[in-house]
Write a protein that binds this ligand. Structure first.
Ligand code: PLP
Length: 352
């Protein structure tokens, strides 16, 4: 390939001051968030003593309409602990080929938990076709891994799963005795874009992993929510995976701050994605594929990828440019930054 991979492009000496469209994980904690972190009452969370962690777990569970929550350092670990809470060794979970839990988490379910993934192709809208789900649920027969769980992702590549679809998929899974997990790394984006509550987005699922380090803008942290029994099993898994932290209230305080201040404003990111989509739509060489919630996916002529990435960087814009490029909007990118980005695209192609 003649263009640098996103991982290679990530290696900048300092991204400070750039318009950074590589991901919504690149945000820096605001002064107010940092202040909340420094003032948080803390304790040893392994002893159950951290009041800020306990408050976050309760607040996240309440917002999601679940009985209990558990704080994790990362969404990857939260998803894996959830899979382990649902599935034993030799059991399987049905999941999309493009799902983060299957594709982007180092194969952890198989490697660390002996859980067999049964991937199926995502439809273009991110859903898993109902008849495919039904077809992959195995009968109780010693030849097969035991089907235990259906895992969905919302948003998926920025796309909001339709609520009616989720209800149907849940019905198919429930009818066969499967439980349901949602990778809700961006469930807040789904809620804000769909003008739904987080509780409504989470309602069909037994467990949901919620990320705070994406659009909500914290340095780290995810909360897994579910009923008490499921969270108790995930608690054991978290310990085994090395995710039990001590004075984690310092991080939980950032998440509590984000719950209060950074949820509604996701609408700004969605508006900025639409703005970027409109701008890139005016660049003849760029083919827009889709604009959904806080993501824009666009096709760049392969022989321009390297030159464009360098040119954008020289104009103060960091982007993971490939033939199929993903641009992600977040709280550290303003409407003016979007306009500056579009101008840089136009200048690059005008110069050829
Ligand atoms: C980011 C992300 C996760 C978890 O990622 P971490 O980097 O481990 O926090 C899980 N699922 C999706 C869809 C994500 O985007």
């Amino acid at each position: 390939m003649s263009y640098p991979s996103p991982a290679q492009q990530k290696a900048v000496p300092s991204s400070e001051g750039f318009v950074d469209l590589r991901s919504d994980t690149v945000t820096r904690p605001s002064p107010a968030m940092l202040q909340a972190m420094t003032r948080a009452p803390v304790g040893d969370d392994v002893w159950g003593d951290d009041p800020t962690v306990n408050a976050l777990q309760a607040a996240a569970a309440a917002r999601a309409g679940k009985a209990a929550g558990l704080f994790f350092p990362s969404g990857t670990q939260s998803n894996l602990a959830a899979l382990m809470a649902h599935c034993a060794r030799g059991e399987e979970y049905i999941v999309g080929q493009r799902a983060h839990t299957y594709r982007m988490e180092g194969g952890g379910a198989a490697v660390l938990a002996s859980i067999q993934p049964q991937p199926i192709e995502n439809a273009p809208d991110g859903t898993l076709p109902l008849e495919q789900i039904a077809a992959e649920i195995k009968p109780d027969d010693a030849h097969f891994a035991r089907s235990r769980l259906l895992a969905l992702e919302n948003t998926i590549e920025g796309k909001v799963l339709p609520a009616a679809y989720v209800a149907q998929a849940a019905a198919v899974a429930r009818a066969a005795g499967l439980s349901l997990h949602l990778d809700g790394a961006r469930a807040w984006n789904a809620a804000v874009a769909g003008q739904a509550t987080l509780e409504a987005v989470c309602a069909p699922f037994d467990s949901v992993s919620l990320c705070f380090s994406k659009g909500l803008g914290t340095p780290a942290g995810s909360v897994l929510v579910g009923d008490e029994a499921l969270i108790a099993r995930a608690y054991r898994a978290r310990k085994m995976l090395g995710g039990a932290m001590r004075q984690a209230g310092v991080l939980a305080a950032a998440c509590l701050y984000a719950l209060e201040h950074n949820v509604e404003r996701l609408a700004d990111d969605h508006a900025n994605a639409a703005r970027l989509g409109r701008g890139l739509g005016q660049v003849a060489e760029i083919r827009l594929e889709q604009v959904n919630t806080n993501m824009v996916i666009a096709h760049v002529p392969p022989d321009h990828c390297l030159g464009l990435a360098d040119f954008l960087r020289s104009r103060g814009v960091l982007a993971a440019i490939g033939p199929r490029s993903r641009f992600v909007l977040h709280m550290d990118v303003s409407a003016e930054d979007v306009d500056r980005t579009v101008e840089a695209f136009k200048a690059y192609f005008a110069g050829r």
